[in-house]
Design a protein around this ligand. Structure first.
Ligand code: IVH
Length: 701
């Protein structure tokens, strides 16, 4: 076992270095959770070896100091830190300690704002000083900077204002302001800030208050330090923590709107659950909740250790930002040929799941983030959001890191990568016909839920079908036979089935190695079932650029069959609502490529349905007619009007042109009615439209 004294010294040194980076340089070198673990280890070590817990130990002190260039100010009353709870059990243990000393207590629960603490001194109601926490006893004078914070009153409101009060609170940068600031920096080609907390800390601790003034900092107040009422009658509400918030608010100071008084562990747990749920909809970042005994008399009786009160505790949420090593950057070739770099990291637990990969989008992003292979990186996964590499921890570099360069050739087929059009950020492999990575991805995509929804057809199956040579591309997918699949090891049995003697005697023939497996049979069955999927799913499955589910549904609804789409003009395609010129051109282009057409033809030969089913009970009164409906109709929705037209053999167009046969005018019809009028296209009322549906043009006579 390592010598506890040596380990203690090592932990103290590390913690102090991290505190220096966090509080004085505003540039932390470890994640909050890694720091918390070090502090926890130190605490546990000192519990075992109490002689190590000297007054200088970080367990007994508040992090931070007065940095050079700031005047130091002594707080009238010390500023404390908080002890942490990392689980409900920790919270329960704290509640039990409180109860043992003071009986069951009501507790105020409130957000733990991820900013930096400030002490605001008001003398006779006038803001005279703003001071950072520093080491708890002495802090940095940031008065000039504090005065730039909008929403912080210079003068307290009301007539119950004390002679002197130190108001404690948290300065933060609202998430929206942080994002705006970063967007501007990116636009100017500058490196973005890592997170709102460090940006807020850096902004408040500026030597030049004019710089601070450009950052929209905000403050929430949550505690009182020194308090002298002077000639003013003390406010009676001050006896409870929730009363303190009422008083602070009555003075015009910003307080949290999420504070709540609760009782018992169940209610505390309920509050914590709710707060975690709305964690990302608050205007500032939070890293947990603070629980405070409500009765201030009891607070006084419970007292404090040298660094934290016994009457309060911070409950920390599981971390959303962690540090890990970026082991490599690789590229992925997607179904459309887009080549995407992604980071491969030492697996790390963040916000409840283990993360190994994170997309880096494109080479520009890699450059912008400034990450090197081998870097310690900040990895962030906020709630349900996709994990993101925020950036490198530059201070942790050893010199062994190396730069990554985007490959010039496709890693799958060796074709030279290119921009699709000038100025594109993405590079693509232009070999869509022959690039194995693209073919595999397209086939897997056909199986995906949003396309043909073939359960067995995922990435692995697609790769097996291509690698075995059974499929050259997606054209042969629906013609796959049992014989084909038995050539794919993934879809066959590996060994002969073991039979009992009885089965052998009964003449039962077991499955042999190389026979089609149950999974292989399932693939064949699923593909057979998929042949009668609606037309829009067929369209989605073709991987035509810009043609996703929305455009596919619109095209299918407007034209009803693959043939009709193929023979439509660019104008006719573009006229469909939800399609437009870009998609129209893409569709038209797609059909000019012979191997694309072959896919459609071979699918059709294999029995894939290329038109939507007609309801034979509906008379085809609108055959050959193009109809536009505009404005709101009483008896139809936007979708049902299209459906009514298409099911009767007509085309539902989204915009009026000389090709339109009729324009149906509903309430509040706008420019389309005017256009119909100018082009001389016949306009119909809803009643006339209903007659047209029933009887065709003859019904209008
Ligand atoms: S009360 C004596 N309430 O968390 C108690 N602190 O980790 C003083 N913090 O130094 C703190 N939100 O900077 C309190 N609602 C809140 C808080 C809060 C954030 C910060 C504060 C404190 C640190 C301790």
């Amino acid at each position: 076992m390592t010598d506890p004294r040596a380990r203690h010294q090592q932990l103290v040194q590390e913690i102090e270095a991290h505190r220096h980076a966090y509080y004085e340089l505003d540039a932390p070198t470890v994640s909050d959770s890694a720091y918390d673990s070090l502090e926890r280890e130190l605490r546990e070590l000192e519990a075992q070896w109490p002689e190590l817990a000297t007054p200088e130990s970080p367990t007994q002190t508040v992090g931070g100091a007065v940095a050079q260039g700031f005047a130091s100010v002594k707080h009238r009353e010390r500023m404390m830190s908080l002890d942490n709870a990392f689980s409900l059990e920790d919270v329960e243990a704290w509640l039990a300690r409180v109860e043992k000393d003071a009986g069951e207590q009501s507790v105020v629960c409130e957000p733990k704002i991820d900013g930096l603490s400030i002490s605001l001194t008001y003398e006779d109601g006038v803001l005279v000083r703003g001071v950072t926490r520093g080491d708890g006893t002495t802090g940095e004078d940031v008065t000039a900077n504090v005065l730039t914070i909008a929403g912080l009153p210079r003068v307290l409101a009301g007539d119950r204002v004390p002679a002197v009060v130190e108001v404690r609170g948290e300065v933060y940068l609202p998430v929206a302001a942080f994002e705006e600031l970063n967007a501007r920096l990116l636009e100017d080609g500058k490196a973005p800030y890592a997170n709102p907390r460090n940006t807020a800390a850096g902004s408040l601790r500026q030597k030049d208050a004019a710089v601070t003034a450009t950052r929209p900092l905000a403050v929430t107040t949550y505690a009182l330090g020194a308090l002298e009422w002077g000639a003013t009658e003390p406010h009676p509400a001050i006896g409870s923590q929730h009363g303190v918030y009422e008083v602070l608010a009555s003075w015009g100071l910003p307080v949290s709107e999420h504070a709540r008084v609760v009782r018992g562990v169940e209610e505390v747990a309920g509050y914590l659950r709710e707060l975690e749920d709305k964690r990302h909809s608050l205007i500032h970042e939070i890293d947990g909740a603070v629980l405070k005994v409500d009765d201030r008399g009891v607070q006084g009786a419970l007292g404090s250790t040298s660094r934290a009160p016994r009457w309060a505790i911070a409950y920390k949420f599981p971390p959303e930002e962690v540090h890990t090593t970026l082991e490599d950057i690789r590229v992925d070739v997607g179904r459309t040929g887009r080549v995407t770099p992604y980071g491969v990291m030492t697996p790390v637990l963040v916000a409840g799941s283990t993360v190994t990969f994170a997309t880096l989008h494109n080479a520009h992003e890699v450059k912008r983030k400034g990450v090197l292979i081998g870097d310690t990186v900040v990895l962030r996964k906020a709630g349900d959001v996709i994990p993101e590499i925020v950036g490198p921890v530059v201070a942790a570099r050893t010199g062994a890191e190396r730069e990554w360069t985007m490959p010039a050739e496709c890693p799958s087929c060796g074709t030279r990568l290119a921009e699709q059009k000038e100025g594109d950020k993405d590079l693509r492999c232009p070999n869509s016909e022959g690039c194995p990575a693209q073919i595999v991805d397209r086939i897997a995509f056909i199986g995906s839920r949003g396309a043909f929804d073939v359960e067995v057809l995922g990435e692995k199956a697609a790769a097996a079908l291509v690698e075995s040579g059974v499929l050259a591309n997606e054209a042969g997918l629906f013609s796959l036979t049992e014989a084909d699949l038995t050539r794919v090891p993934l879809f066959t049995y590996e060994v002969d089935e073991k039979l009992t003697r009885k089965q052998v005697e009964a003449g039962i023939e077991g499955r042999k190695a190389g026979d089609l497996s149950a999974n292989g049979q399932k693939l064949l069955d699923n593909l057979a079932g998929a042949r009668s999927q609606p037309l829009w799913r067929v369209l989605v499955s073709l991987s035509i650029r810009h043609v996703g589910p929305t455009a596919s549904r619109a095209l299918a609804a407007a034209f009803g069959s693959m043939d009709a789409i193929r023979s439509a003009s660019e104008d006719q395609l573009a006229a469909v609502e939800g399609v437009g010129p870009v998609i129209a051109e893409s569709v038209l282009q797609w059909f000019t490529v012979p191997w694309h057409v072959e896919i459609v033809e071979r699918w059709a030969e294999a029995g894939v349905r290329m038109e939507d089913e007609r309801d034979e009970s509906i008379a085809r009164t609108l055959e050959g007619l193009t109809i536009v409906a505009t404005g709101s109709l009483e008896g139809f929705t936007r979708d049902s009007v299209k459906e009514a037209i298409i099911s009767r053999g007509g085309k539902a167009a989204g915009s009026v042109s000389k090709n339109s046969d009729y324009v149906v005018i509903g309430a509040n019809a706008g420019s389309k009615a005017a256009k119909a009028e100018s082009l001389g296209v016949p306009m119909l009322s809803e009643a006339q439209f209903v007659r047209l549906l029933a009887e065709g043009p003859a019904g209008l006579d």
